[in-house]
Structures are given as C-alpha cells and as structure tokens.
Ligand binder design. Structure first.
Ligand code: SAH
Length: 261
C-alpha cells in the first residue's frame, strides 16, 4: 500500500520514529478518569498504533484528509466506525462521545493549533486531558508562567482550568517532511477549579483585551470593560502590563469589575 502524500495546506508532517509516538501515548491518560479518547489528525496512524494497544482507552480518530482516512481503513489500524473523516474544529464532541468524559491527543496540524486550544478551553468540563504535539513556541506559551515574554491569552485561560506540563522537545528532522520549527509535547490535565470566582465570560474578555494591547498597562488595556468609579482591591495591578499578572490577579480584577455592574 502506498503512503499518504504529505499535503502542506493540511499541515501534514508525519512522525518517523515510532518510539516518539510511544512516548507520547505513554504520557496520556495516566490514572485516567476517562476511557473515550479522540486522536486529532492520525495521518498514517503512527500514534494511533501506540494508542490502540492500550486496553484502558476507547480510541477514535478524526482526520480531514481523505487519503489518510483510506490508509487507516485499508490497513485496519482500527475499526471503521471509529475513523471519522472531517474537520475537528466542526466536530460536536458531546455528541461524539455520547456525553462521556474524554481525552484528546495528537500530533496536531500546526495551522489550527491555537483553535484546538480554544476548543479545549470551551469544552473544559467534557475534555479532561489533552496531550499534544505543537510548535515549540505554542507549547511554551501554554505552559509559561507570568513574567515571560511568551505568556499570553492561552497561558492564562488554560492555566485557570488545567495543570500544564512541558514534556519533551522534538527536532525538525524527526518528521517527514521536516517542519521549519521544533516541536514539543505538552500535557494539560483538568484541575479542581469549577468556579473561578468571577464570571468566566467576562474573564475571557478581559484577558483577551489586556493581551491584545500587551504593551499598555492593564488600566488602559481594559478601559472598555471598566465602569466609572470601579474600586479595585489591588490597584497596583492596574499599572502593570498583562504579562506580569497571574491567573489569580486576572480573576481579582474581573470580580472587582463585576461587583460594579
Ligand atoms: N499524527 C500523524 C500526522 C500528523 S500531521 C503523525 O504524527 O505522523 C497532521 C494531521 O492532521 C494530518 O494527517 C492532517 O490531514 C490532519 N488535519 C489537518 N487539519 C485537520 C482538521 N481540521 N481536522 C482533523 N485533522 C486535520
């Protein structure tokens, strides 16, 4: 059987070394409280092969590429009813798993990595864990503590609800064709936070607004959300830049604003 021809517009970079796939699979669902597993972008199934060996997982895959789907089906990597052809970003996760909690894994298509992260955020009460291969830069941002240049929207939003870990780095030449940048595998596990202590929609708006003007002080960045006369419990936060604020600082500011409206 022929191999899948790598298509650039689909972000296809196939892993060459099965041991990296094994290592990625091994990092996933340790002491898991879910069985349903969705792999995004299986391609020729190098990671899928490692996942299906796990009897504690019920593995499903979704790929947008017809050729990859046919490859997986013809090679009987897993049962046809668990192979979905489609766009992960359009997929209804609740419907797919029939409401069961789930985990997500993949060597992700890098062109949609941020959108995958936002979808995880929106489905945080349904998706309990994600182990994924991202561009190193995106991976570093997700796990970054405050004070770093790369600390941003995805860092704050995801760290509010997930424990994040940088697992390992992968060189360009481990892929065919090699991408232009290094990659990294990270793990996000749902933490104990159910209630943030402020309105989550406002929280997201404030975090986005603040980082969209990251060179401004917080006071200026979130002006549009701050009613006249808002009294802040920690006013010195307002003269800082967004990258200096922790998740708890953002929550504090958010609840101060909420108290005014
Ligand atoms: N996991 C494989 C392939 C990684 S390349 C390996 O490690 O070798 C990324 C894969 O994501 C490709 O197979 C590509 O077709 C798929 N993909 C790209 N966009 C997608 C989308 N929107 N939804 C689902 N899969 C997508």
């Amino acid at each position: 059987l022929g191999k899948v021809r790598a298509k650039k517009h689909l972000g296809q970079h196939f892993l060459k070394d099965p041991s990296i796939a094994e290592q990625t699979a091994d990092a996933f669902g340790v002491n898991n409280n879910f069985k349903f597993c969705l792999e995004i972008g299986p391609g020729m199934g190098i990671l899928t092969e490692a996942l299906v060996k796990r009897s504690d997982l019920d593995v499903h895959v979704i790929d947008i590429d017809r050729e990859s789907i046919e490859f997986l089906s013809q090679n009987e990597v897993l049962e046809d009813e668990k192979i979905i052809e489609g766009d992960f970003l359009q997929l209804d996760l609740q419907e797919l798993s029939n409401g069961q909690k789930m985990g997500i894994i993949g060597n992700f298509p890098y062109n949609i990595s941020t959108q995958i992260l936002f979808k995880l955020y929106e489905h945080r009460d349904h998706v309990l864990e994600l182990v994924g291969m991202f561009q190193k830069e995106v991976a570093e941002r997700v796990v970054s503590p405050p004070g770093s240049k790369v600390y941003g929207i995805t860092s704050v939003l995801l760290q509010a609800f997930f424990d994040v870990e940088y697992l390992f780095t992968i060189d360009e030449d481990e892929f065919d064709p090699p991408p232009k940048v290094k990659s990294a595998v990270i793990r996000l596990k749902r933490n104990q936070t159910n209630e943030l202590g402020c309105d989550v929609k406002l929280f997201k708006k404030i975090v986005k607004a603040a980082f969209n003007q990251r060179r401004k002080t917080l006071k200026n960045g979130i002006k549009a959300f701050t009613p006249e006369g808002t009294s802040f419990s920690n006013p010195e936060l307002l003269s800082k830049r967004p990258e200096q604020l922790s998740v708890a600082d953002f929550v504090q500011i958010c609840s101060d604003i909420e108290a005014m409206s």
